[in-house]
Design a protein around this ligand. Structure first.
Ligand code: NAG
Ligand code: NAG
Length: 454
């Protein structure tokens, strides 16, 4: 009873319509979608001073040219942080809506390290590479959503049963709390009745939750010449050894191919701090005193199947035991469980009808999905998964080296245009009415949190 078998209808239809709309209108004229994408790349939305107003203006102006779309700008935290919401109303408002999300901001770029101006919207004549900060992360998908909707309306007169919302949120690259975080908590978001969300990147069904761990040791101070037990540095180093052994075990699983690196708990030391500072002394440190305090910091990433209780206990009992005169502080940057206590992950099998529709849409566009992954870091997706709403991270970037946050970030013209076509299929599959009132959520549970890869 999969949706794929039942819904082969759209395939032929869409292939032709997509090809037609990208025909070049003149010899030296680039297709409009490329022009619009490059214009978006030229808007400097990189931190620390993202020009959100210009980006919102660019997107809203284009959305205004597409009949049937409504736009709204929300200011959930401050006038400097707008959130653009574009809505394509469905014919059946009782159905849960889908939300296509992208972020307005990008990380900074160092122009001197780039071959082309990161904010110039440069296209290479020979290979069609479009360079720009945000070309992959994630101005491409933001424009592709709108282009796909435009094509569905212009080329096939398609009208969705389910409402499609497209959101452009600020601040994803700096944690998202004033962006998607605030949006997900807002009354507006509740009113949208969102059933399913697509966000950025390959195919990701979960994020890892960052924990910052700082362990501190105290111990007997003393002259640098005496050997005594339980100095602060000795106590700290015992803990560091235990932690590094844990790290080695996780890493061995990955090296042996038994787990993806994002499926294990990663632990990496990020700072070590001890010693008495005195500027005249060697290296700035006093050399003949053993300090009475020492500290170390670790970046920990918790995959959704990890048990936070077990981890907290391990830290308290083994990594920073009080009997060794250790103390610790854990800063959990986000929960590992949703509002109902389920792991923060979206099922990627037939138990999740949204998954089946998503996969069906990609297949009908002639695409093939990679193995769904856990994102090693975090995106805005976590804010909606926390509400118990299924969310997949996705970017249609075929045969493209991943250059997120890197120098010379680019996307090729043909890959960009192909991505628009893929979204046309996905949006259509997700938003259609399949007759006799059949839609995704009436077929079964919207989300099944079976522990994939657990
Ligand atoms: C912990 O501190 C107490 C009090 O200073 C000391 O007696 C004890 O030896 C210390 N233990 C360790 C393992 O450092
Ligand atoms: C979720 O999936 C599991 C495993 O496939 C299945 O046993 C369970 O019944 C499903 N839950 C629901 C609510 O359908």
């Amino acid at each position: 009873m999969s949706f794929r078998r039942r819904l082969p209808v759209f395939t032929a239809l869409l292939v032709f319509s997509a090809a037609a709309s990208f025909a070049k209108s003149g010899e030296n004229q680039e297709p409009d979608p490329i022009y619009r994408f490059r214009s978006y790349l030229r808007i400097k939305t990189a931190h620390p001073n993202p020009d959100y107003a210009a980006a919102v203006n660019h997107l809203a102006s284009y959305a205004a040219t597409i009949p049937a779309l409504r736009t709204r700008t929300l200011y959930l935290t401050s006038p400097e942080k707008p959130l653009l919401l574009v809505t394509w109303p469905g014919s059946d408002p009782s159905l849960p809506a889908i939300l296509l999300n992208s972020h307005l901001d990008s990380v900074p770029a160092e122009p001197s390290k780039w071959t082309h101006d990161p904010f110039g919207g440069h296209v290479s004549e020979d290979d069609g590479k479009i360079f720009g900060r945000g070309a992959q992360d994630d101005k491409s998908i933001g424009m592709q959503y709108l282009e796909a909707i435009r094509n569905l309306i212009a080329d096939s007169d398609y009208a969705p049963a389910r409402t499609v919302h497209v959101s452009y949120v600020p601040d994803e690259e700096i944690g998202g709390s004033d962006g998607m975080g605030e949006f997900a908590r807002s009354e507006e978001f509740g009113k949208l009745n969102v059933g399913f969300v697509l966000d950025e990147f390959r195919v990701f069904y979960a994020d890892r939750s960052p924990w910052n761990l700082v362990i501190r040791a105290v111990g007997l101070p003393g002259h640098g010449s005496t050997m005594h037990d339980h100095s602060a540095v000795e106590n700290l180093m015992k803990s560091v050894e235990v932690i590094m052994k844990f790290r080695e075990n996780s890493f061995d699983l990955v090296k042996a191919g038994l787990a993806a690196s994002s499926e294990v708990v990663s632990v990496n030391p990020v700072f070590l701090k001890a010693g008495m500072i005195m500027s005249e002394a060697v290296g700035g440190f006093v050399m003949n005193v053993q300090p009475s305090e020492a500290e170390a910091g670790f970046d920990i990433r918790m995959p959704p199947m990890a048990d936070p209780e077990v981890m907290r206990k391990r830290i308290a009992d083994e990594w920073a035991p009080s009997w060794r005169n250790m103390s610790y502080q854990i800063t959990e940057k986000g929960p590992l469980r949703d509002a109902s206590g389920r792991p923060l992950m979206t099922a990627t099998d037939d138990t999740n009808p949204w998954w089946s529709l998503f996969e069906g849409g990609v297949a009908s566009a002639g695409g093939k999905l990679g193995k769904p992954e856990i994102l090693p870091s975090t995106t805005d997706a976590r804010f909606v998964r926390q509400l118990g709403i299924p969310c997949l991270g996705f970017s249609p970037m075929k045969n493209t080296p991943i250059l997120l946050h890197d120098h010379d970030e680019f996307l090729k013209e043909d890959v960009y245009l192909e991505g628009i076509r893929v979204y046309q299929h996905i949006i259509r599959w997700l938003s259609a009415d399949y007759g006799q009132g059949r839609t995704a959520e009436k077929e079964g549970p919207i989300c099944n949190y079976s522990l994939l890869g657990g």
